[in-house]
Design a protein around this ligand. Sequence first.
Ligand SMILES: Cc1cc2nc3c(=O)[nH]c(=O)nc-3n(C[C@H](O)[C@H](O)[C@H](O)COP(=O)(O)O)c2cc1C
Length: 391
Amino acid sequence: MQTNTQPLLFQPLELRGLTIRNRVCISPMCTYSGNDGMVNDWHLVHLGQYALGGAGIVFIEATAVEKRGRITYGDAGIWSDKHISAMARVTNFLKQFGATPAIQIAHAGRKSSTQRPWHGMGILSDADSEERNEKPWKTVSSTTDLMDENWHVPHALTTDDLKEVINSWRLAAERALKAGFEIVEVHCAHGYLIHQFLSPLINKRTDNYGGDFVGRTRFPLEVVESVRSVWPDNLPMFVRISSVDGMENGWSLEDSVAFARELKIRGVDVVDCSAGGVVGSATAKAVPRHLGFQVPFSEHIRKESGVQTMAVGLIVDGPQAERILQKGQADIIAVAREALYDPYWAHHAQRALNPQLVSYDNWPTEYCWWLEKREALIRKLREQSDKPINN
Ligand SMILES: Cc1cc2nc3c(=O)[nH]c(=O)nc-3n(C[C@H](O)[C@H](O)[C@H](O)COP(=O)(O)O)c2cc1C
């Protein structure tokens, strides 16, 4: 049973009308294995294992709100009603095994129309068209500047275009709700479309949607407002940000604090504190890496803005995660690569925090009775092997 004597990591978390069984979250992870945005058996099994593995929140990967906003042809999508039922299959399974299903809705902007990582991660080329019939498409952004040398030239979204894009986010959130998700996260990080408005390194617009902090945050905040307007009051909303660009004259930690305050006013419950990605690959290349390298961002934003935060990035085991929570550096711990390595990360973290734990109550019922017998047997055999041999 979950009680207050549990480590903080395994105490339930209440967010609006939701009670989440613990504070372990599986971070959104693109797997590029959908088809025309449709999720399939892969997503069911891949995400389902994290519910069996004990996580409190399980995020489905960055899911495109518009077809042209996909990173690759394999991205999950929610730009049409046809996507709802396949997603519902996944959310039903997650709920059945005690996890809270969460969706990250996203638009890649000028980082769209690229190859899957295992096809090279560059822009789609003639070879991709020939080999897999994957033709490049026209990308969009805050400006016409290229992501990198020889990349696609994006169309700079006009004020009228922005209205349509904002509407796509709202419709995506409505569909996510119909599909059974209980947390929606707006992806404002990693150099994707919303970050392309936030970052002064990219957004060089001279209209109302560029310029100073107020101008650059206008479109992101309008997206957040439109999503919140259809997301029920009893369900939480998250926003993932790149806490810093990690480059000179880029988005700063103090910008993130000010942005978090604006998000909180608009009904955002949790700011998910990632970093980097403004140019180059998706995440924080520009930010030096060490264990928990983004935790100080989460701590600072939490303390200065009063918003709840999620920490992510090289959080590798239960004791490290527990220390972050105990020190008040975050409210939720997200893991990505560790979960790929060990889908039962949450269960293993709980045992690492309590080596005396005998019960497997929180594991799937189908396994638990068998694992308890296994544990008792191993303990007995270990005791026997420790006994001195009498001649
Ligand atoms: C395979 C993979 C796919 C990812 N896809 C996404 C994504 O869809 N959206 C996102 O915001 N971050 C994505 N990320 C970043 C992770 O959510 C996470 O922030 C990052 O990997 C750092 O956490 P970690 O050290 O626990 O892996 C991805 C990471 C990996 C490894």
